[in-house]
Ligand binder design. Structure first.
Ligand code: RRO
Length: 314
């Protein structure tokens, strides 16, 4: 008996649930094409702003034994670059991997303007609105401002009719899970993506008595092993609170088949890989698939549907 990883998400069929996390290996057409040729089931573009941005000064990413810290500062090629890529892909490729389009305006108006252009464009795929970039100096994460989150979504759904998901920051309190889920349940969202990096951590190198990244005096978003329990908690909290029409993408600490299995058990449908992809390169997808199939086979599961969301409590 071989386990199969085939996954249906928003009416599309994918070979497996694995994708890159936005920001990792998706800045340029070259990197995006590498994802297309990889074993990833689907992929997503770097969060785009209206105009190209160079991002924060380097060093701005640092790998540690347990994960990573980054303060990239939203470097991207500008909205039109990625829109051209995803529309072109739709016209010329029929491999069922159509890229998701991530956008991250720096203000409410910028988000609305970007989404209006997507609504008018030929792009028919999935858009992800990033409400949780932790690294732009002077710009707090929208996802921690509940009123602003609701205002933006209210304005967006006055005109946006294409499939839209939101990338959320991690939340750490049941009161916040409840408040945010109540807001999200008011809208025809396609999915939520839990979680973005744990914002504004600080990694200290004791030997040099120094921080390890330059922007914001060393403060940055934490990813990797450090954040898996937080990611799983957010996947589970939203899976159990949201209308079943709103799917959950699990992101955070996926570096093995077992990590992937745990996210699926908590209720995730697609799975995004950030730090492990950055560290290992695109061959990570082949390994994760093999390992997830092994975990499933060992447990006697043939398909993901047999155990998705079936986490037991005591
Ligand atoms: O570019 C970044 O610094 C960045 C973004 Br937009 C994000 O959403 N999450 C992250 O960890 N880094």
């Amino acid at each position: 008996m071989t386990a199969v990883l085939k996954t249906e998400f928003l009416g599309q069929k994918y070979e497996n649930p694995f994708m890159n996390a936005s920001g990792v290996h998706c800045l340029t057409v070259n990197e995006l094409d590498e994802l297309k040729r990889s074993k990833a089931g689907a992929f997503i573009t770097k969060s785009a702003t209206t105009l190209e941005r160079a991002g924060n000064p380097e060093p701005r990413y640092y790998a540690t034994a347990l994960g990573s810290i980054n303060s990239m500062g939203l470097p991207n090629k500008g909205f039109q670059y990625y829109l051209d890529y995803v529309v072109d892909y739709q016209k010329n490729d029929s491999d069922g991997k159509a890229p998701f389009f991530s956008v991250a305006g720096m203000s409410r108006d910028e988000n609305i303007n970007i989404l209006k252009i997507i609504q008018r464009s030929d792009f028919q795929g999935v858009t992800e609105l990033n409400l949780s970039c932790p690294n732009v100096p002077g710009k707090p994460q929208v996802g921690y401002d509940f009123q602003m989150t609701e205002q933006i979504l209210t304005q967006v759904f006055e005109f946006f009719r294409k499939p839209l998901g939101v990338k959320l920051p991690p939340y750490f309190d049941f009161a916040h899970f409840d408040i945010v889920a109540n807001i999200l349940n008011k809208f025809p969202l396609a999915y939520v993506n839990c979680v973005n990096s744990v914002g504004n951590g600080l990694y200290v190198d004791a030997a040099s008595e120094s921080v390890v990244i330059k922007p914001k005096n060393g403060f940055g978003g934490i990813g990797g092993d450090y954040i898996k329990p937080t990611a799983l908690a957010n996947v589970r909290a939203f899976y159990t609170r949201l209308n079943p029409t709103i799917k959950v993408i699990g992101t955070g600490g996926i570096a093995s088949g077992q990590d992937a299995f745990e996210h699926l058990l908590c209720g995730a449908t697609m799975l995004q890989v950030g730090t492990a992809l950055y560290e290992e390169g695109i061959s990570v997808f082949e390994r994760l698939e093999k390992e997830l199939k092994e975990v499933m086979t060992q447990k006697g599961y043939k398909t993901i549907e047999e155990f998705r969301g079936q986490l037991r409590t005591l």
